[in-house]
Design a protein around this ligand. Structure first.
Ligand SMILES: O=c1ccn([C@H]2C[C@H](O)[C@@H](COP(=O)(O)OP(=O)(O)OP(=O)(O)O)O2)c(=O)[nH]1
Ligand SMILES: [Mg+2]
Length: 145
C-alpha cells in the first residue's frame, strides 16, 4: 500500500478498488449532464480529482475492458501518465472507435487508475552493446505461432 494525497473537487465519492486484488480503481466522469461521443471522436473528460504521488511513483490511466469490448470506447493515450510532480486535475482522453454514438454520463466510470513504481535511467553512452541471442530481431521475428 502506498499513501497518495488526493483532493476531490468532483460531485462523486472518492475512487476505490472494487475487489480485494483489483490493480486499478475506477475513475468517474465529472461533467454536467452527458457528452455524446460520435464515431472516431475524442474528448477530454475531467474527473475533479487532484493527486500528489510519492517520488518514484506514477499513476497510469488505463481503459476499462467492458467499455472497449461492448462499445469500442477506450483511452486514446493509454496508458496515460500522471507524473508525481503534476498538481493539476486528472483528465481522461476517451475515443470512440465504434460506428455508433456513445453517451458518457456524469458519474460514469470511464477508466481505471493504477499506481505504479518506476525507475529513472542514467543513460550511459557507449559504442557497442553486449551480444544477445535475439540480437536485432524483433517485430515478429520469432514467428506467429
Ligand atoms: O491521460 C492523461 C495524461 C496526462 N495527464 C496530465 C498528468 C501528467 O503529469 C501531465 C502531462 O502528461 P504527458 O507528459 O503525458 O503530456 P505531454 O503532452 O507530454 O505534456 P507536458 O508537456 O505537460 O508533459 O498531464 C492527465 O491528466 N491525463
Ligand atoms: Mg510530458
Amino acid at each position: 500500500m502506498t499513501n497518495v494525497q488526493i483532493i476531490n473537487k468532483s460531485k462523486h465519492e472518492l475512487p476505490g478498488y472494487s475487489t480485494e486484488h483489483s490493480a486499478g480503481m475506477d475513475l468517474r466522469a465529472n461533467i454536467d449532464g452527458a457528452i455524446i461521443l460520435k464515431p472516431l471522436q475524442r474528448v477530454l473528460i475531467p474527473t475533479g480529482l487532484f493527486i500528489q504521488l510519492p517520488e518514484g511513483h506514477e499513476a497510469q490511466i488505463r481503459p476499462r475492458s467492458g467499455l472497449a469490448a461492448k462499445f469500442g470506447v477506450t483511452v486514446l493515450n493509454t496508458p496515460g501518465t500522471i507524473d508525481a510532480d503534476y498538481r493539476g486535475e486528472i483528465k481522461v482522453i476517451l475515443v470512440n472507435l465504434s460506428n455508433d454514438d456513445f453517451v458518457i454520463n456524469d458519474g460514469e466510470r470511464i477508466c481505471q487508475m493504477v499506481i505504479a513504481q518506476y525507475t529513472k535511467a542514467n543513460l550511459l553512452e557507449v559504442e557497442i552493446l553486449e551480444d544477445s541471442v535475439r540480437g536485432s530481431g524483433g517485430f515478429g521475428h520469432t514467428g506467429t505461432n
